[in-house]
Design a protein around this ligand. Structure first.
Ligand SMILES: NC(=O)c1ccc[n+]([C@@H]2O[C@H](COP(=O)([O-])OP(=O)(O)OC[C@H]3O[C@@H](n4cnc5c(N)ncnc54)[C@H](OP(=O)(O)O)[C@@H]3O)[C@@H](O)[C@H]2O)c1
Length: 318
């Protein structure tokens, strides 16, 4: 199967760094990649996170569908991965799967991302010699696609969990699927937590210094990040961890991407194409499939081996 991933601009200043030959109207398309014989493209809409979340939903969806149809019709793509906020604006990809003109498969890539996020939490606790059973965790965006899976996996491992979202009805629904000692809230009560996971569709930094307890560990999956480099610099006691980056020993040539790494959502669809698994993976995450993506990660060596913060290796015990 031939794959394509669709993201969007995480930093609008990056546009100037893309070669002209990559630009196809409002879609940037990489040259064809070959990953152990499986071929495809990494692409991105020229919409910023603010535009993705701020423009009328129908407008953004039509940009996404146009990109998908171009990739299907002119680039022979069989499977599409919805990157960054393209999942959030398409009901977890369910809307894309319903579009009749698109004949291929769709995957949000959030299953492997949720798995890698949980691995990052465990690794960070090990690094700082802390036990999850003694710690309080806050999960921001807890009923989102990634947040829900992370919640289901991690809550039972922690002393207490604070599950944060914006809508009480969705938090009520989430409660039915979670085991362990937890509470839900619409307030950003991350300061009460030792460990914070952020997996939100908020279009920029959400956590400020006052939202973080001393020595907090923040696993920031959100793209764009929910914890800025500036706050990290002002709070050296806080350890921010990139939530969804895995090793990928291929040169992507994508400006802004840490060398030797790639987003786990992109990797998930590449692995699905390598496995020739002809299925949609949209909406709520199937934990059995999430475990399968972890096995694929190990099989192909696209795994989380070191913790990074904005791509830079995190070292040592503080
Ligand atoms: N690092 C990676 O490899 C990787 C891979 C995939 C995705 N991502 C990123 O991960 C994030 C989550 O993706 P997703 O697919 O799980 O998205 P999603 O299903 O749309 O979930 C995002 C959740 O965030 C909630 N939210 C938004 N703003 C919030 C706020 N201010 N406070 C509390 N909750 C808030 C939303 O609540 P409402 O529904 O109430 O609006 C939604 O439930 C995105 O930033 C995406 O770009 C990263």
């Amino acid at each position: 199967m031939k794959f394509a991933t669709i993201g969007h601009f995480l930093d609008e200043n990056l546009v100037k760094q893309f070669p002209e030959s990559w630009i196809h109207g409002n879609l940037i398309i990489s040259p064809e990649f070959d990953v152990y014989g499986t071929k495809g493209y990494i692409t991105g809409l020229t919409l910023t996170a603010q535009e993705m979340m701020g423009f009328p939903r129908e407008t953004v969806r039509s940009h996404i569908l146009n990109a998908i149809l171009l990739l299907q019709n002119d680039f022979d793509v069989d499977i599409i991965q919805l990157g960054a906020l393209t999942t959030s604006v398409t009901d977890g990809g369910v809307w894309v799967a319903k579009q009749k003109e698109y004949k291929g498969f769709v995957n949000h890539g959030d299953s492997y991302t949720a798995a890698v996020t949980c691995q990052a939490v465990t690794k960070a606790l090990d690094l700082f010699e802390k036990k999850s059973s003694d710690q309080v965790i806050a999960i921001v965006g807890a009923y989102g696609v990634i947040g829900e899976a992370v919640t289901k996996i991690l809550v039972s491992q922690f002393k207490h969990s604070i599950l944060i979202g914006r809508r009480t009805d969705k938090l009520q629904q989430l409660k039915k699927n979670v085991d362990g000692d937890f509470e839900t809230t619409v307030e950003l009560r991350t300061k009460e937590a030792d460990v914070v996971v952020t997996a939100t569709s908020h279009p920029d930094a959400l956590l400020q210094s006052e939202h973080l307890r001393k020595n907090a560990i923040v696993v920031d999956v959100s793209q764009p990040p929910n914890l800025s480099l500036q706050v990290c610099k002002a709070r050296p006691d806080v350890c921010r961890v990139d939530g969804g980056l895995v090793d990928f020993p291929f040169v992507t040539g994508i400006p802004g991407m840490a060398p030797g790494k790639n987003f786990s959502c992109i990797i998930e669809v590449i692995m699905q194409a390598m496995e020739d698994e002809r299925e949609n993976h949209v909406g709520s995450i199937d934990l059995a499939y999430l475990r399968k993506t972890e096995k694929w990660g190990k099989k192909y060596g696209f795994t989380l081996n070191e913790l990074t913060n904005f791509g830079k290796k995190i070292e040592g015990v503080r």
